[in-house]
Ligand binder design. Structure first.
Ligand code: NAD
Length: 504
C-alpha cells in the first residue's frame, strides 16, 4: 500500500482521494530549500459540502458500531501507522522542515501510541452508575456520539494534530471532516488513507485541504456539523468561536501559548539550562508549549544566561534530513520573517545576547539563506510588558528575566493572557507544590518541560482556550450525555402530580 501518492487529489472524501473540481492550485513547499514537495488544489465550499455529506451518511453505521468493533479498527490503524513510520517521518519533514530525528522519534511514535491509546479508550466510556436517585425512578446515562465533527488543525505538528483531532472523535462514534493547515496537508491525507486501509468505513474520516477563510469558515458554519474542534492561534480561535456560537455548536479550542519556565535559586542549574535549550528549540520553537519566558531567581541568573547562550551557539542548523541536524528551518519563509521581525524590533528595547537571522552555512554545508532558517535567539533586558515577553513569537526565541522573591517569580509567570503550559525548576518540595498550585496553566511540569503522554490531558487555561486533547478527558468531550429516566411506580397518579392537581 502506497500512502504517499498524492496525485489523485488533495481531498480525501468518502474513503477515496478526490480532486477538487474548482480548487485553486497550491504548492506545498519544503521550507529547507523552497522546492515544491507537492502540487495540490485548495478545497472549495462545494468540496466541504461533499465531505460533510459523506460524514453524515457514515454516521448511523459508525455511531452504532460496538466500542469493540471501533477499537479493533483503531488497533489495526496503529499497526499500519507503525509499518509506514518511515514514510510518515519523511513526508512530515519535507512539508514542515522539522529535523528527521524529531519526526522519527517524536511525531510518528507519538501518533502510533495515541492511536493505540484510543483503541483502548473507545471501550471505556464512563458515566454515573444507574440508580434510583428519586426513589420513584431508575436513572441511567447514555454517553452518545455528537455527530459530524468539523476540525481545523495548525501546521506545527500536522500528523500529531490530525491524530489528536481524529482519534477521540471517531473512537467515541462520531464522524469527522478535518481541515489541516493548507501549507502542511500531506501527512493528514496519509493518515486518512491509513484509516481506510485499517477498515474504518468510508466517510468516517474525511480531509479537506483548503484555506482557513474559505473552506475553514464554511466547515465551521455548516448546519450539518455538530461540533467544532480547533487548534491554532488565539486570534483565529476567537473567529471560530463566533461562527460556531451563531450556529449553536459545541466548541473545543486549543489556542496559543507563551509558556513560562521558572527557575528557583535551589534548582539544578545544569538541568535547568539544558531543559531550557531543548524546550525552547524543539520544533524550532514552533510548539504551543515551548519554553518562551525564563524567569530565573537572581543568584542563578547570570550563570543561566551564560549557559543557555553557550549551548545555543553549538546548535547545528542544517538539512533536516541529516540525522545530526538539531534544528531545521521554520515552517515557511513568511513565518521566518514574522519571527525575525520580533527579534529585530527587540534590538531597540532589549539585548539580543545571541542569535538573529541565519546566514552562512549550516553544520553540513547547507546554504542557510536558501531556507527559512533562523538562529536560536536569546534575549535579555526586556520589560515584562514588552512584545517579546507578552506576544506569541512561535520561533526559536527565549527571553530571560530575573526575579527576587518566589511571589514575584510566580506572579510574572502568570502575567500574560495565555495559560497553556509552564514549568518550575526547584529541589524544594514546598516550592514545587506551590508553583504547581499557583501557576494558571493546563500543564505544569516540575524539573522538565515538554514531555506529553497519551493518558494525560493537554489543553489550556485563559486565552489558551478550553477543551482537552489526548486522554480519557478528550474522549468525553466528543460525547454527549443523555439522562434516561424510568418510572418505577407503575401508577397513573404520580406523587409529584400534586404540583398540578393539588390535593384532588
Ligand atoms: P492559525 O490560527 O493561523 O491557523 C490554524 C488553522 O486555522 C489552519 O488550518 C488555518 O487554515 C485555519 N484558519 C485560519 N483562519 C481561519 C478562519 N478564519 N476560519 C477557520 N479556520 C481558519 O495557526 P497556525 O499558525 O497554523 O498555528 C500556530 C498556532 O497554533 C499557534 O498560536 C500555536 O500556539 C497554536 N497551537 C496550539 C496548540 C494547542 O494545543 N493549544 C497546539 C498546536 C498549535
Amino acid at each position: 500500500m502506497d500512502l504517499t501518492s498524492f496525485n489523485d487529489g488533495a481531498q480525501y472524501i468518502a474513503g477515496r482521494p478526490t480532486r477538487s473540481p474548482g480548487g485553486e492550485p497550491f504548492a506545498v513547499v519544503n521550507p529547507a530549500n523552497g522546492a515544491t514537495v507537492q502540487q495540490v488544489e485548495l478545497a472549495t465550499a462545494a468540496d466541504v459540502d461533499t465531505a460533510v455529506a459523506a460524514a453524515r451518511a457514515a454516521l448511523p453505521e459508525w455511531s452504532g458500531a460496538t466500542p469493540g468493533a471501533r477499537s479493533d479498527t483503531l488497533n489495526r490503524l496503529a499497526g499500519l501507522l507503525a509499518e509506514h513510520a518511515e514514510d510518515f517521518a519523511r513526508v512530515e519533514t519535507a512539508q514542515t522542515g522539522k529535523p528527521i530525528k524529531l519526526s522519527t522519534e517524536f511525531d510518528v511514535p507519538g501518533t502510533v501510541d495515541n492511536t493505540a491509546f484510543f483503541a483502548g479508550a473507545a471501550r471505556n466510556l464512563e458515566g454515573k452508575a444507574a440508580g434510583e436517585y428519586s426513589g420513584d425512578h431508575t436513572s441511567y446515562v447514555r454517553r452518545e456520539a455528537i455527530g459530524v465533527i468539523g476540525s481545523i488543525a495548525p501546521w506545527n505538528y500536522p500528523l500529531q494534530m490530525a491524530a489528536w483531532k481524529i482519534l477521540p472523535a471517531i473512537a467515541a462514534g462520531n464522524t469527522i471532516v478535518l481541515k489541516p493547515a493548507e501549507i502542511t496537508p500531506l501527512t493528514s491525507l496519509m493518515f486518512a488513507r491509513a484509516c481506510t486501509a485499517a477498515g474504518i468505513p468510508d466517510g468516517v474520516v474525511n480531509v479537506v485541504t483548503g484555506a482557513g477563510r474559505t473552506a475553514g469558515e464554511h466547515l465551521i458554519g455548516h448546519p450539518d456539523v455538530a461540533m467544532v474542534s480547533f487548534t491554532g492561534s488565539t486570534a483565529v480561535g476567537k473567529r471560530v468561536a463566533e461562527i460556531a456560537t451563531a450556529t449553536v455548536k459545541r466548541t473545543h479550542l486549543e489556542l496559543g501559548g507563551k509558556a513560562p519556565f521558572v527557575v528557583f535559586d535551589d534548582a539544578d542549574l545544569e538541568a535547568a539550562v539544558h531543559g531550557a535549550v531543548a524546550a525552547s528549540l524543539i520544533n524550532s520553537g514552533q510548539d504551543c508549549t515551548a519554553a518562551t519566558r525564563a524567569y530565573v531567581q537572581r543568584p542563578l541568573y547570570d550563570a543561566f544566561v551564560a549557559g543557555v547562550a553557550d549551548l545555543y551557539e553549538g546548535i547545528r542548523l542544517g538539512d533536516p534530513l541529516d540525522p545530526r541536524t538539531d534544528m531545521g528551518p521554520l515552517v515557511s519563509f513568511t513565518h521566518r520573517d514574522r519571527v525575525a521581525g520580533f527579534v529585530e524590533r527587540a534590538r531597540s528595547y532589549a539585548t539580543v545576547v545571541t542569535g538573529g537571522a541565519a546566514t552562512g552555512k549550516g553544520h553540513d554545508g547547507t546554504d542557510l539563506a536558501l531556507g527559512a532558517y533562523h538562529r536560536p535567539t536569546l534575549i535579555t533586558g526586556a520589560a515584562q510588558d514588552s512584545e517579546v515577553v507578552q506576544g506569541e513569537i512561535f520561533g526559536p526565541v527565549l527571553v530571560v528575566l530575573p526575579f527576587d522573591s518566589d511571589e514575584e517569580g510566580l506572579r510574572l509567570a502568570n502575567d500574560t493572557p495565555y495559560g497553556l503550559a509552564a514549568s518550575a525548576w526547584t529541589r524544594d518540595i514546598h516550592r514545587s507544590l506551590r508553583a504547581t498550585r499557583e501557576i494558571a496553566a493546563g500543564c505544569v511540569w516540575v524539573n522538565d518541560h515538554i514531555p506529553i503522554i497519551s493518558e494525560m490531558p493537554h489543553g489550556g487555561y485563559k486565552a489558551s482556550g478550553y477543551g482537552k486533547d489526548m486522554s480519557q478527558y478528550s474522549l468525553d468531550e466528543y460525547t454527549q450525555v443523555k439522562h434516561v429516566m424510568f418510572d418505577t411506580t407503575a401508577t397513573a397518579r404520580k406523587d409529584w402530580h400534586r404540583t398540578i392537581f393539588g390535593d384532588r
